[in-house]
Design a protein around this ligand. Structure first.
Ligand SMILES: Cc1ncc(COP(=O)(O)O)c(C=O)c1O
Length: 381
């Protein structure tokens, strides 16, 4: 039996590989992007309450109205954005699903999609599984911000979409409104869709503000903005997210959604709807910024180099260039086996494995986990 060509696009993700290696060597896992600290008790109580009250059957295809309304209010409150809950918001089983479905909504075989590298590892396989081609454009080496000349040069007659990720995994770089304006000017003469992966939107540090594609009127009419409750409320295992897109694009997205997932876990949606409306929610960024600062401070005792504090997301990059000439993949595996700390090699975010001798550390961990991990790393010379 021969499997189709698209399976070549789907190797085992580095996150699965490194988490398995971490388990095998009983290593502290700073690789995969998930918190090891408990989520808010109130959120658990609200989901439990929803279950006990009978919210256990299929939710409407587009998501619970209460949750879509709560998202609408949340966006108005936090960003001053007007979003229509009925026609523009669709609840999804996580952001990865929403990204894949958005690609499926707009792509045909032979289309091209501009992917800015380093890139989250599902994008290129998602594109290839649509029979389309990823046109990889590197971000600037130090800042991980867009190289506009290279993006412009990558646009062809076949370009159907571009995918942007801000705050960026793995670097934590965040786009400003000016970046979005530049992209809008560049795309204005072309029929190119924008997919904007904003899963870390509430995790932006040092008083910076998240700039969403939704805030740019020229881009908003051609954009799918993708979000994850898992990331911002630290419940990654709940795999619940949403897509915001203009009514016409949302209608097309929903046509596919109804036959792929149809709907999303009802009690989790009900709990999130109630949680979003609480007046006293703790801002997620404050806790994570403290963890970032603690991690950077602890890392001073290790031989790794941190060039700049991350501006957003769960991740901090650090260089081991002064330490070893191994490739980043070999070094990350060696570190897991010999020093029991698992990380992600940044080359995994490049289709051709570009190696800048950087590792990605997830600092969304208990303080004691960070201390124990860095105590191990400090033994390295
Ligand atoms: C950039 C980016 N997009 C999407 C996701 C996945 O989000 P979800 O767990 O909601 O599918 C992740 C998870 O690591 C991510 O880093």
């Amino acid at each position: 039996m021969i499997l189709p060509h698209k399976h070549q696009a789907a190797e085992t993700t580095i996150f699965t590989v490194m988490s398995a290696l971490a388990a095998e060597h009983k290593a502290i896992n700073l690789s995969q992007g998930f918190p090891d600290f408990p989520i808010e008790e109130q959120l658990i109580e609200l989901v439990t309450k929803a279950m006990k009250e009978g919210a256990n059957q299929y939710a409407p295809m587009t998501g619970l109205p209460a949750l879509r309304q709560a998202i609408r209010q949340d966006f108005r409150h936090r960003y001053g954005l007007a979003i229509d809950a009925d026609t523009e918001i669709t609840i999804t089983p996580g952001a990865t699903y929403a990204i894949d479905l958005a690609f499926n909504t707009v792509l045909e075989p032979g289309d091209e999609v501009i992917v800015l590298e380093p890139a989250y590892d599902s994008y290129i396989p998602n594109i290839q599984m649509c029979g389309a081609h990823a046109v990889r454009v590197p971000l600037l080496t130090e800042s991980f911000l867009p190289d506009w000349g290279k993006i412009q040069a990558a646009i062809t007659q076949k370009t159907k979409a571009i995918i942007v990720n801000t705050p960026h995994n793995p670097s934590g770089a965040v786009w400003t409104s000016d970046d979005w304006n530049t992209l809008a000017t560049l795309l204005a003469p072309h029929d190119i869709f924008v997919l904007s992966d904003e899963v870390y939107e509430q995790l932006v540090y040092d008083g910076k503000r998240h700039a969403s594609v939704l805030d740019n009127p020229l881009l908003r009419e051609r954009a799918f903005a993708l979000f994850s409750f898992g990331k911002v409320f630290h419940c990654t295992g709940w795999k619940t997210g949403y897509c915001i897109a203009p009514p016409k694009l949302s209608a097309a997205f929903r046509k596919l959604h109804q036959f792929v997932a149809f709907s999303v876990n009802t009690p989790v949606q009900a709990g999130l709807a109630a949680y979003l409306q609480l007046p006293t929610r703790a801002p997620a960024a404050m806790l994570l910024q403290q963890k970032r600062d603690l991690f950077i401070d602890l890392m001073k005792a290790s031989p790794f180099t941190i060039k700049a504090a991350t501006s957003g997301s769960y991740f901090q990059l650090a260089s081991y260039a002064g330490l070893s000439s191994l490739s980043d993949k070999a070094f990350a595996q060696w570190l897991t086996k010999e020093y029991q700390v698992a990380t992600i090699p940044v080359s995994a975010f490049y289709a051709e494995g570009t190696d800048h001798k950087l590792l990605r550390f997830c600092f969304a961990k208990k303080d004691e986990t960070l201390r124990a991990a860095v105590a191990q790393l400090a033994k390295l010379h």
